[in-house]
Design a protein around this ligand. Structure first.
Ligand SMILES: *Cc1c(COP(=O)(O)O)cnc(C)c1O
Length: 402
C-alpha cells in the first residue's frame, strides 16, 4: 500500500537527487495533499501540561515553537539533506545567515580560519572584519592553490572555508585535495555550494564536512525569497549548529521554506537548461570581448578540474572589458532584455558590475587581488531563448564599440 502520509526512509533514501528534489522529505497531513502544505504557525498546542513538559525535556517527539521546528521548514530541510547526501540539514533565513551560523557555531576566541580569497562580498566581511573582532584570526589565500591551504595551517586552525565556483571570478577549488589536507589536520571544511547546488556538485562526496547554501539563488531560482541552509552530520547539526541557531534565531520563515520547496521541484530542469544556455552565450561573448571566465569553456584555466567535480557548470560566469567602468556601465545600460541586477540563479538573465555593486564594500586592493577589476561584469544566464540573449548582447556590444 502506498503511504498517504510520511515517507519510508528505507525506500526514499535510495532515490537519485533529481527525484529527491521533487519528492524528498514530503510529509503529508491527514488530508493527503499532493503539494506540500504551508504551516504558518509560530506555536503549537499540547494536549496536556505533562506533554508540554515532556516535549521541552526532549522526552516526547513533537514541535514546540517555530524558531526551533516547523512542519513546512522540516520538509525543506529533509529534502535538501537527501539531495546533498547529508545526514542532516537546518534551513536558515538567508545564505549569509547560513554562512555565519556554519562558521560561528563552531568557533571560539583564539581559533584560526583559512578562507579563499575570491568569495561573495559578505563572506569576505565575515572573515576579514567580523571574526577578528571576536579574537578569531583568519588567513586569506588563493583557494585555487592547493599547497597554499597546507601552508596556511596553524596549530589553532579550526576551519577551512571556501566556495567553488567562486563569486564572481569563477575560481575553482580542488575540493577533494583541500578536504584531504583538512582531514589529516583535524580541520572542519565548510563549503559554500550556492553556485552549483547539489544538482551539479556534491562536495560531501569529495570529503567536505559542512555544506552551506544561499537557497535564494538556484534553489528558489525565480528571484522570490531569501533562504539558506546548512548540511552536515547529525552530530554537527544537532549538537553544534542547533544550540547556536535556536538561541540566536536566524530561522527561515515557513512561507519562504514553502517557496523554496516549490523551487526545488524544477531545480534539475532549470539548472541544466541554464547551464546549456550559459555555455552558448559564453561562447558568443568569447568571440567579442577580450576575456570570458566560464568554467564550462575550454578557455577557463581550471576547466578540467571543474568538469571533474561538476556535472554542468551552472548559469553564472564573468567577462572582462578593456574600457574600465565606463565601458562596463555602458554595456549594462545598452542591454534591452538582460536586466541590470546583482541577483543570480534567477530564471531571468541578469548582469551586474561587481566593482560598483556586490564587491564595492571591499577595498580596491582586496578587489584587485581577487580579480574584480573595473572592466569586469558578472552574468547570470536565465531560461530565455539563448538566441534572444545573444542578440541583445550583440546590439549592446556594438553600442560600446565592440
Ligand atoms: C548570494 C550568496 C551568498 C549570500 O546569500 P543570501 O541569500 O543573499 O544571504 C553567499 N554565498 C554566495 C556564493 C552567494 O552567491
Amino acid at each position: 500500500m502506498k503511504r498517504k502520509t510520511g515517507q519510508d526512509r528505507s525506500i526514499t533514501k535510495h532515490w537519485r537527487p533529481a527525484t529527491q528534489a521533487v519528492r524528498g522529505g514530503t510529509a503529508r497531513s491527514e488530508y493527503g495533499e499532493t503539494s506540500e502544505a504551508l504551516f504558518l504557525t509560530s506555536g503549537y498546542a499540547y494536549d496536556c501540561a505533562g506533554d508540554a513538559a515532556a516535549r521541552f525535556a526532549g522526552e516526547q517527539q513533537g514541535m514546540t515553537y517555530s524558531r526551533l521546528q516547523n512542519p513546512t521548514t522540516e520538509m525543506l530541510e529533509q529534502r535538501i539533506a537527501l539531495m546533498e547526501g547529508a545526514e542532516a540539514c537546518r534551513a536558515q533565513a538567508s545564505g549569509m545567515a547560513a554562512m555565519t551560523a556554519a562558521m560561528l557555531c563552531q568557533l571560539s576566541q583564539g581559533d584560526h580560519v583559512v578562507a579563499g580569497r575570491a568569495a561573495f562580498g559578505s563572506c569576505r566581511w565575515l572573515t576579514d572584519s567580523l571574526m577578528p573582532r571576536f579574537g578569531i584570526s583568519t588567513t586569506i589565500i588563493d583557494a585555487r592553490d592547493t599547497q597554499a591551504w597546507q601552508d596556511a595551517i596553524q596549530p589553532n586552525t579550526k576551519v577551512f572555508f571556501f566556495e567553488t565556483p567562486a563569486n564572481p571570478t569563477m575560481d575553482i577549488v580542488d575540493i577533494k585535495a583541500v578536504c584531504d589536507i583538512a582531514k589529516k589536520a583535524g580541520i572542519t571544511t565548510v563549503v559554500d555550494n550556492a553556485f552549483a547546488t547539489p544538482a551539479l556538485q556534491r562536495p560531501m562526496e569529495f570529503g567536505a564536512d559542512v555544506v552551506a547554501y544561499s537557497a535564494t539563488k538556484m534553489m528558489d531560482g525565480q528571484g522570490r525569497v531569501l533562504a539558506g541552509a546548512v548540511c552536515g552530520t547529525e552530530d554537527f547539526i544537532n549538537n553544534i549548529l542547533l544550540p547556536f541557531t535556536r538561541n540566536t534565531g536566524p530561522t527561515l520563515s515557513a512561507f519562504n521554506a514553502w517557496v523554496v520547496l516549490k523551487g526545488l521541484e524544477t531545480l534539475d530542469l532549470r539548472i541544466n537548461r541554464q547551464s546549456e544556455n550559459a555555455l552558448k552565450v559564453g561562447a558568443f561573448l568569447e568571440s567579442r570581448v577580450p576575456r570570458v571566465l566560464h568554467p564550462g569553456l575550454a578557455s577557463h584555466p581550471q576547466h578540467e578540474l571543474a568538469m571533474q567535480q561538476m556535472s554542468a557548470c551552472g548559469p553564472i560566469f564573468s567577462l572582462y572589458l578593456d574600457g574600465g567602468r565606463t565601458q562596463a556601465h555602458g554595456l549594462l545600460d545598452a542591454l534591452k532584455l538582460v536586466d541590470i541586477s546583482n541577483n543570480i540563479g534567477d530564471s531571468r538573465s541578469l548582469m551586474t558590475h561587481p566593482a560598483s555593486t556586490t564587491h564595492a564594500g571591499l577595498s580596491e586592493e582586496t578587489r584587485l587581488a581577487m580579480g574584480v577589476d573595473e572592466g569586469m561584469l558578472r552574468l547570470n544566464v536565465g531560461l530565455e531563448d539563448p538566441q534572444d540573449v545573444i542578440e541583445d548582447f550583440d546590439q549592446a556590444l556594438k553600442a560600446v564599440g565592440l
